[in-house]
Design a protein around this ligand. Structure first.
Ligand code: F58
Length: 835
């Protein structure tokens, strides 16, 4: 400071409450007006809605920046182990309202905007959300960033700043149509580009081998291409704490140098082309969930962000004056599935080739740095890279992986007593018509901890896909059941319920979710039950309005809102749900006067663009809806809605309105699920299988407050091994047969019997997901749901108890467990105004 001619007091003055940091209504108002003028260059009469949104966003950002700077300063001054979360996806959802809540200035801002003659809701709705993820895995990363900051744990999230996030879904003639998600078109006030923070990343090319002056055998990587990664930082503010962590997303660019090289050589086209190739790396998120196709660009994306992130971490570590071989004392790096698992090979490369460590030191550092979370049991979702493709992108990494594998197999051969089957299963390289690299195996060998995301999932991992690794390293394995942040999924999505809960038990539950158990004593209180169900009804009315606006369908808010919202996938079995709809419809047709509980079925979710059957499931839902919604015999007792473009913004409107939560995956297929948690927290009752975290949710809420049906994971495995025959179920179940015959004969498709052919065929003759085996049990369970729903008092009590007993499923609890068992980190409270 003295160097810059300043004294300590002058600097401190910048940090005290002022026009850019103050939290009162008056200061906020002033800040918005200032930003409107000085940032947007507008005066109120001509300012657009976006101008106001931007002005407010910058006002909020100023307040976060103060905390952000203080956090970074504190982490660098004191030495703390930092959690580094590596994830190819972050499904953050809109920032504005969340930041207002975490800053604790929602009410003040509402007042400030009101005094300026604009509605805060109107501005909040203006925000285009960053959809930088596909589904559960990306959203989990976002919840975990929120909890890390709220628990005041020093953390940095690394990922990719996709220019285009998950596609926007439209429904035309019942079919899914995809459109690009140009989320940056109006600018992004929540990020700061750090142009000075950039790293070079090599791709392709070949290796030169030589012996150096010390007689050491070396590989020199001559890349085909070098791209530059530029850091874009987004602050992640904790709830009512100063801690503000960083989400650092990398954007790919062409390094400036090579334009010149090519220009000098006179090859303008080449230069332009290479620039496009470089920029393409972070252009678009791959929209697949659960299935993977080994696309070269995807591998390049993974390597690109991993390399930038590790170079960045090493830089931070060394700038603290630490030795490279102590890297693991500065960072604990969590791999969010295998998408960043190439980090293990890249860390080795950096240590060996750039920092000159010997193999065993490098391996000691690497294998003490990484921990791996698995999110799937589906074999088709386990990442495998064709060896030749891998070599064409990362020749040096292939060499390193071979060496890791050689040493690993040497070590384990003795332990498995030469069992060739075990050795084949453990090897990092798969043999077949073509060789391939098994990323899960690389992750297991290179990590000090391995975890599944729900109790059942972790047990199945140990028994199936990672069985041989579990036998080898049982001490590495643990379970970390997923959780979700109550800040976004209750406080922000459901303010009315939040207010009601806090009026009874105070607001400590927002940070300590287990305090929700304080609601149990009101579960039988008629007044509270009425207030509870009044909030639910109001939320249902809100959703009904949205549905009307978006789809034109009128729904009755007094009907039961039966909700299944998640990616569309065969294993999630949205088509089992639709078979129930058809069954109810047929019961009405056969007896129009039947006394039936009115239901509104809401579906939402995206299908991977190349996943034909999933797209057909969307078409089926819409086609059934067209018939059911318009048949006069139904008398509006059933309505089927497909709400388009499911994303975080829409999810926030849907969860609070749910009466019934559909969690009906084939047992053993859903690793955890997190929508199941959000719905139950918001007072929905679950109808579900014993799959993923459903098992634990049922344990917590009590079996009498959960509608269980279907085969267990064990039974599913047994039936499959004995040879499952779906056709037999079809022939022996009259209601099922009728529903299937209607679908195949074209009853729901203007008598066109070709539309659903592929779906029908797959169900009758293949049915990997055992729909028919679970059909009868599902229908009977749904009949029990009807009975329960008719008893309003009982339903209200069950709903209250669901919320009251969901304390375990806060992401704060999950993160606490990661901190204690895996990362070994503690909280570091951040103080403002220097230390
Ligand atoms: C999900 N996986 C699981 N993958 O399916 C879900 O059960 C779990 O609750 C959640 O992770 C969080 O643990 C998931 O969302 C993906 O979206 C990947 C995206 C990239 C391609 C492979 C699937």
């Amino acid at each position: 400071l003295e160097d810059r001619g300043l004294d300590q007091n002058e600097v401190q003055n910048v940090l005290v409450e002022d026009a850019r940091t103050g939290l009162t209504v008056e200061t906020l108002k002033k800040a918005i007006q200032n930003n409107l003028f000085y940032v947007q260059g507008k005066y109120p009469e001509i300012a657009t809605r976006n101008d106001y949104y931007m002005a407010l966003a910058y006002a909020v950002r100023d307040r976060i920046l103060q905390r952000w700077v203080a956090s970074v300063k504190q982490y660098l001054q004191e030495k703390h182990r930092i959690v580094s979360y590596l994830s190819a996806e972050y499904l953050l959802g809109p920032h504005l309202a969340n930041n207002l809540i975490n800053l604790g200035i929602y009410k003040e801002t509402e007042q400030a905007t009101k005094e300026l003659g604009i509605s805060l809701d109107w501005l909040i709705e203006k925000e285009v959300e960053p959809g930088l993820g596909n589904g559960g895995l990306g959203r989990l990363a976002a919840c975990y960033m929120d909890s890390l900051a709220t628990l005041e744990v020093p953390a940095i999230g690394y990922g990719i700043r996709y220019q285009f996030g998950i596609f926007e879904q439209d429904i035309r003639d019942g079919w899914q149509v995809e459109d690009t998600d140009n989320w940056l078109r109006r600018g992004n006030p929540w990020e700061i580009a750090r142009r000075e923070l950039s790293y070079d990343v090599k791709l392709g090319g070949y290796l030169q081998h030589y012996t150096d002056r010390d007689g050491k055998f070396r590989s020199k990587w001559i890349p085909e291409l070098t791209v530059k990664g530029v850091a874009y930082d987004t602050p992640i503010l904790g709830y009512k704490v100063n801690t503000t962590n960083t989400l650092r997303l990398w954007k790919s660019e062409a390094p400036r140098s090579f334009d010149f090289q090519s220009f000098n050589a006179g090859d303008y086209n080449f230069a332009v082309n290479q620039k496009i190739v470089c920029e393409n790396l972070s252009k678009v998120l791959y929209p697949n969930d659960e299935t993977l196709n080994g696309k070269k660009l995807r591998l390049q994306q993974q390597y690109f962000f991993v390399s930038c992130s590790l170079q960045d971490m090493i830089g931070i570590h060394l700038r603290q004056g630490e030795k490279i071989e102590d890297f693991q004392s500065t960072f604990s790096v969590q791999l969010n599935d295998t998408h960043p698992a190439v980090a293990i090979a890249e860390m080795m490369r950096l240590l060996l080739d750039e920092h000159d460590l010997d193999w065993s030191t490098a391996w000691r550092v690497t294998s003490r740095t990484f921990a791996y979370t698995n999110h799937t049991l589906l074999p088709e979702a386990l990442e495998k890279w064709d060896l030749e493709l891998f070599q064409s992108v990362l020749p040096r990494h292939l060499e390193i992986i071979y060496e890791i594998n050689r040493r690993f197999l040497d070590e384990v051969t003795v332990r498995v007593y030469g069992d060739p089957e075990k050795i084949r299963s453990l090897s990092l390289i798969g043999e077949g018509p073509r060789k391939y690299i098994k990323m899960a195996n690389l992750a297991c060998v290179g990590s000090y901890a391995i975890n599944g995301v729900a109790a059942l999932h972790t047990e199945l991992l140990k028994k199936t896909v990672l069985k041989d690794f579990y036998a080898l390293y049982p001490e590495k394995f643990s379970n970390k059941t997923n959780g979700v942040t109550p800040r976004r999924w209750m406080v922000l999505s459901n303010p009315k319920l939040t207010e009601l809960i806090s009026s009874k038990i105070g607001d400590g539950w927002i940070k300590h979710l287990e305090e929700l158990s304080g609601l149990e004593k009101f579960a039988d209180d008629p007044d509270f039950q009425k207030q509870w169900m009044d909030v639910k009804l109001e939320m249902k009315k809100n959703l009904a309005r949205k549905i009307k606006n978006r789809t034109g369908i009128d729904v009755n808010p007094e009907s039961m809102f039966d909700i299944q919202v998640k990616r569309i996938h065969e294993y999630k079995r949205q088509h089992l749900n639709i078979l129930h709809v058809i069954t109810l419809y047929n019961r009405i047709k056969q007896n129009p006067e039947i006394d039936i509980v009115p239901r509104t079925f809401v579906f939402a979710g995206k299908a991977a663009p190349g996943y034909k059957l999933a797209k057909l499931m969307i078409k089926l839902i819409n086609s059934v809806g067209d018939i059911v919604n318009n048949d006069p015999d139904v008398k509006d007792r059933l309505k089927v809605v497909f709400y388009p473009n499911y994303n975080v913004t829409n999810a926030q409107k849907i969860y609070p309105a749910a009466d019934l939560s559909e969690q009906i995956s084939t047992a053993g297929k859903e690793a955890s699920g997190t929508g199941n948690m959000k719905l139950s927290m918001n007072g929905a009752l679950t109808i579900g299988t014993l799959d993923g975290a459903n098992v634990e949710i049922r344990e917590c809420v009590g079996e009498e407050n959960f509608f269980l049906f279907g085969l267990t994971a064990e039974e599913v495995a047994r039936i499959k091994s004995e040879g499952y025959n779906p056709y037999g179920y079809y022939q022996n179940n009259a209601e099922l047969k009728l529903a299937m015959d209607q679908i195949s004969s074209g009853y729901f498709s203007h008598l066109d019997d070709t539309v659903f052919k592929d779906l029908v065929k797959s169900l009758l003759y293949d049915d990997q997901f055992l729909l028919f085996a679970d059909y009868q049990s599902y229908i009977e369970c749904q009949d029990k749901v009807d009975v329960a729903y008719r008893d309003k008092v009982k339903w209200a009590k069950m709903s209250i108890l669901n919320t009251a007993r969901m304390g375990k499923f806060s992401s704060d609890r999950s993160i606490q467990e990661y901190c204690e068992d895996i990362w070994k980190v503690k909280s570091v409270p951040v103080s403002l105004n220097g230390n």
